[in-house]
Design a protein around this ligand. Structure first.
Ligand code: THU
Length: 132
């Protein structure tokens, strides 16, 4: 479990990132924040495209940013939207998070910061691994 102070920091970062969402097609803003092992927080927002299927979710934006910076040490990820209900990551994002670890805590929040914390294993039981 992630402590309340850390959760508050992650929610604030995800909420700020949400404001940068590029969502001319859905008008559905999403923000994500990742806690790294040294305490660094990286963020992401959803970025849509005229070719709808080319959109990228906030969670994957944040995960590609940390990877591009040479980091894979995800301690936790928080996701938020302008919603009354907490947002949970889409299926593609669950599989994407799973690549970074089995039991990463995923803090799913609503617009007010109300939250539901689940591990990626709980969100994605039996996630895919490529055995080669
Ligand atoms: N979206 C996310 O950013 N994360 C999710 O986990 C679910 C969906 C975005 C994609 C699209 O820009 C918008 O929300 C509506 O589906």
């Amino acid at each position: 479990m992630i402590d309340a102070d850390t959760k508050a920091k992650l929610f604030a970062a995800a909420k700020a990132a949400k404001e940068n969402a590029y969502v001319p097609y859905s008008n559905f803003r999403v923000g994500a924040a990742i806690l790294l092992s040294d305490g660094t927080i990286e963020t992401g927002c959803n970025v849509e495209n005229a070719s709808y299927g080319a959109a990228i979710c906030a969670e994957r934006t944040a995960l590609t940013k940390i990877t591009s910076n040479g980091r894979r040490d995800v301690v936790a990820i928080c996701v938020t939207g302008d919603t009354d209900d907490v947002i949970t990551p889409c299926g593609i994002c669950r599989q994407f998070i799973f690549e970074f670890g089995d039991d990463i805590p995923v803090i799913c929040t609503n617009k007010d910061g109300e939250e539901m914390e689940l591990t990626i294993n709980e969100l994605l039981p039996h996630g895919f691994r490529l055995e080669i």
